[in-house]
Every structure is written in structure tokens, then in C-alpha cells.
Design a protein around this ligand. Structure first.
Ligand code: AMP
Length: 189
């Protein structure tokens, strides 16, 4: 099963993704985690993109498409995967579809976690307040920018997959267990 977990920053993609990955025994491909690992390792890519992550901007499509293409080619993705944080632009979605088509595969489900704006802002602020948290991009100012980028650049990914009949919307504003149950229901419907 090839799943995209989609939603704004703070929608709960990471939390639900980890849970779903364990339940379904599928690898969780979080592009945010991958990029933060590159930065932490001070790899050439990490050094190139650190300022972009810190500013809350998106890394260029070509860069992230290359990262995800390499990851999808790994053997643990053979029986499916859960994408968290990718695709985040229409160009990335089209590139993903092409990439999978070349592997004779396709996206099976796009789960859209819907959460209202005040809740998203509160959740990101809560994450920023966590002591020793690894996220430098959760400050209020950067969080507002990330939400604006989500609306402008990422939201168009939803109609792209809606046209293919793959979108399932889940109310992500409730407690973790209720959201997880809805996700399971959407996947098994
Ligand atoms: P996340 O943990 O998914 O919120 O991602 C953290 C940061 O990594 C984002 O604010 C972007 O700077 C970068 N990033 C993650 N995924 C992508 C993507 N698909 N396209 C562009 N930038 C990304």
C-alpha cells in the first residue's frame, strides 16, 4: 500500500505516520526528518539546505525529488510506504506519479489531515516550547510563514489527487486515537 499523509505543519502527520508505519509494517518516509538528518550530519546537502529549513522555506523541488527518488528505490519500500511531508508542491506530486509509474506502481491513498488554523498554530507553538526540541523552525514567526507556504504551494496537491479519486479527508483536530481510528477506517474502506 502506497500512502501519502498530507496536511499542514502541525496537522499530526508525524504522530499518525509513526503509528501507521508500526501497525502496517510499512516504512515511514518523512522528508522533514531526512533533511534534518542531513543538516545534523553536516553533509554537503545538509550544509546547502540548513538556511532554507531554518527560514521555514521549501527546499527546491529538484533537490527533494532526488532525495525521495533514492529513498523509494530502497528495498524496504518494495511492499509499500507512507510518505510524510512529500509531495508538498504540485510539481513534486507530478514527479512522484512519474517516478512510481516507471516502477509500475502508483499512489493508493492520500489521507488529508484537516485541522483548523488556531489548533495548528497552538500545536506548533507547543512543539517549539518542548525543551531541547530539535526543531528550529517552530517559532511563531516561522510557523506563520510555513502555514502560508502550505496554503499557497502545498494545498494544490489535494485537487490533483482528488481528480484521481484517491483523497480521504480525516478530521485531525481530535485526540490521537480517534484520528488513528478514522485513518484505519479510510484505508480499509
Ligand atoms: P516537515 O518536518 O515536514 O515540516 O519539514 C521541515 C522542513 O523541511 C520544511 O519546512 C522544508 O524546509 C523542508 N521540507 C520537508 N519536506 C519538503 C518537501 N517535500 N519539499 C520542500 N521542502 C521540504
Amino acid at each position: 500500500m502506497n500512502i501519502i499523509l498530507f496536511g499542514a505543519p502541525g496537522a499530526g502527520k508525524g504522530t499518525q505516520g509513526a503509528r501507521l508505519a508500526a501497525e502496517r509494517r510499512l516504512p515511514l518516509l518523512s522528508t522533514g526528518d531526512m533533511l534534518r538528518a542531513e543538516v545534523a550530519a553536516a553533509s554537503p546537502l545538509g550544509q546547502e539546505i540548513q538556511h532554507i529549513l531554518d527560514a521555514g522555506d521549501l527546499v527546491p523541488d529538484v533537490t527533494i525529488i532526488e532525495v525521495i527518488a533514492a529513498r523509494l528505490a530502497e528495498t524496504d519500500c518494495e511492499h509499500g510506504f507512507i510518505l510524510d511531508g512529500f509531495p508538498r508542491t504540485l510539481a513534486q506530486a507530478v514527479a512522484l506519479d512519474d517516478m512510481l509509474a516507471h516502477m509500475a506502481r502508483s499512489v493508493d491513498h492520500v489521507l488529508v489531515l484537516e485541522v483548523d488554523e488556531p489548533t495548528l498554530t497552538a500545536r506548533i507553538a507547543g512543539r517549539a516550547a518542548e525543551s531541547g526540541g530539535p526543531r528550529t523552525d517552530d517559532s511563531a514567526e516561522i510557523a506563520a510563514k510555513r502555514l502560508a507556504i502550505y496554503h499557497a504551494q502545498s494545498a494544490p496537491v489535494v485537487p490533483h489527487y482528488e481528480a484521481k479519486g484517491l483523497v480521504r479527508r480525516v478530521d485531525g483536530g481530535r485526540d490521537m486515537d480517534a484520528v488513528a481510528a478514522d485513518i484505519a477506517g479510510a484505508l480499509d474502506a
